[in-house]
Design a protein around this ligand. Structure first.
Ligand code: AMP
Length: 306
C-alpha cells in the first residue's frame, strides 16, 4: 500500500547555536516522503523551481518515491530560513520566499487518486483541501499544520478538520488553535471539530495520542545526547507514522493499536532526523537501526510493577 504526501519542498538556510548552513534540502514533503519511504512506497505531490538541485531529485527518486506528481516549473524553489535558540526547541523564522509556491495548484496524476493513506503535510490549508477534492475515498487522511496557518488561515484549517481522520500539531499550536491551556482539553476541542484522532507533539518530551472513548497513548521522545538540527522533526514524525499505516493497512483496519505502533515509528524517525542537518541522517539510517531504536523506545515506555 502506498501513501500520498503533499507538502512543501524547500531550500532552507538553518542556523543553530552551534552551526549555520545555507541551501539545504528541506520542506515538509521532503522530510515526510523520505521518512515514509522506509515503510511504504510514496506518491509525492509538490512543486520546485528550475534551480532545484538534480541531486535532491535523485535522492527522492532512489527511495521508492514516485515523482509523477512533482511539478518542476520556471522560477525559484520555495525558500525558508530559520534560527534555533539555545534550547534547540524555540525557533524563529528569519525569512520566507514563496517563489513557485505562490501559484501552486496541486494536480494529482490519475493513479494517485486511489492512494489509501493520505498525508497532508504542512502546507496552506487551501492547498490541503484542493488535494482532498481530487482523491476518491482514502482509508485514512492525516493532516499536519503550523502556527502560521492558525494565524492567517484558521477558517480554512477548521473546515479541513471536518475532512480528516487525524490532526498532528505541536503543544503550542494546540493551545493557540483552541485557546485551551490544558492539552487534554485542547485535544478534545479539536476532536469535536472532526478528527477522530489527534497527536500532540511536545518536542523532547514526546507525543500524546488521543483516540475516541478515552483511548490515550503517551510516547516518549528517544533520549538523545546530541541534537544538531531539529528542522523537519515534525515532518519526519508524520511521514514515518503515515508510512507505517500504509504498510499495515492491508493487514487490518487503522485502529488505535495501529496508530500506537505508527506513533512509535514516527518518533524514531524524528529522533534520527535531528541527529544531522537537513536529510543527512535519514539518508544513512537503515531498516535495522530503525527497528532497534523502536524496540528500545517501546521498552522505555513500558512500566510494570511486581
Ligand atoms: P518542521 O521543523 O517539522 O516544523 O518543518 C520544517 C520545514 O518546514 C522546513 O524544511 C521548511 O522548509 C518548511 N516550512 C517552513 N515554513 C513553511 C510554510 N509556511 N509552508 C510549508 N512549509 C514550510
Amino acid at each position: 500500500m502506498s501513501v500520498l504526501i503533499v507538502g512543501s519542498i524547500a531550500l532552507d538556510d538553518i542556523k543553530t547555536p552551534a552551526a549555520e548552513h545555507p541551501n539545504l534540502l528541506g520542506g515538509s514533503a521532503s522530510y515526510g516522503a523520505v521518512a515514509a519511504s522506509f515503510f511504504s512506497p510514496v506518491n509525492l505531490v509538490g512543486i520546485v523551481g528550475e534551480d532545484f538541485p538534480k541531486e535532491h531529485i535523485e535522492l527522492l527518486r532512489s527511495r521508492r518515491i514516485d515523482l509523477e506528481g512533482l511539478q518542476i516549473v520556471a522560477g525559484k524553489t520555495f525558500r525558508w530560513s530559520g534560527e534555533y535558540m539555545l534550547d534547540m526547541n524555540t525557533r524563529e523564522t528569519r525569512s520566507v520566499e514563496l517563489n513557485v509556491f505562490e501559484h501552486f495548484t496541486p494536480a494529482l496524476p490519475a493513479n494517485y487518486k486511489s492512494t489509501p493513506i493520505v498525508l497532508l503535510a504542512n502546507i496552506a490549508p487551501d492547498l490541503q483541501h484542493h488535494v482532498l477534492d481530487q482523491v476518491g475515498k482514502p482509508r485514512f487522511v492525516i493532516a499536519d499544520t503550523m502556527d502560521l496557518w492558525i494565524n492567517i488561515a484558521k477558517d480554512s484549517l477548521t473546515r479541513l478538520l471536518g475532512r480528516v481522520d487525524m490532526l498532528i500539531l505541536n503543544d503550542g499550536e494546540a493551545r493557540q488553535f483552541t485557546g485551551e491551556t490544558n492539552l487534554v482539553k485542547a485535544a478534545r476541542a479539536i476532536q469535536a471539530l472532526g478528527p477522530k484522532y489527534v497527536a500532540i507533539k511536545k518536542g523532547e518530551h514526546g507525543c500524546l495520542l488521543f483516540g475516541s472513548d478515552g483511548e490515550f497513548f503517551s510516547c516518549p521522545a528517544f533520549p538523545l545526547e546530541e541534537i544538531h538540527d531539529p528542522t523537519g522533526a515534525g515532518d519526519s514524525f508524520a511521514g514515518g507514522l503515515a508510512g507505517v499505516l500504509a504498510r499495515e493497512s492491508d493487514s487490518g483496519p487503522v485502529d488505535f493499536g495501529a496508530l500506537r505502533r505508527a506513533v512509535v515509528f514516527g518518533s524514531v524517525l524524528a529522533s534520527f532526523n535531528v541527529e544531522a542537518f537537513s536529510l543527512e541522517r535519514l539518508k544513512t539510517v537503515d531498516a535495522a537501526q530503525i527497528e532497534d531504536r523502536s524496540r528500545l523506545l517501546r521498552l522505555m515506555s513500558q512500566f510494570e510493577t511486581d
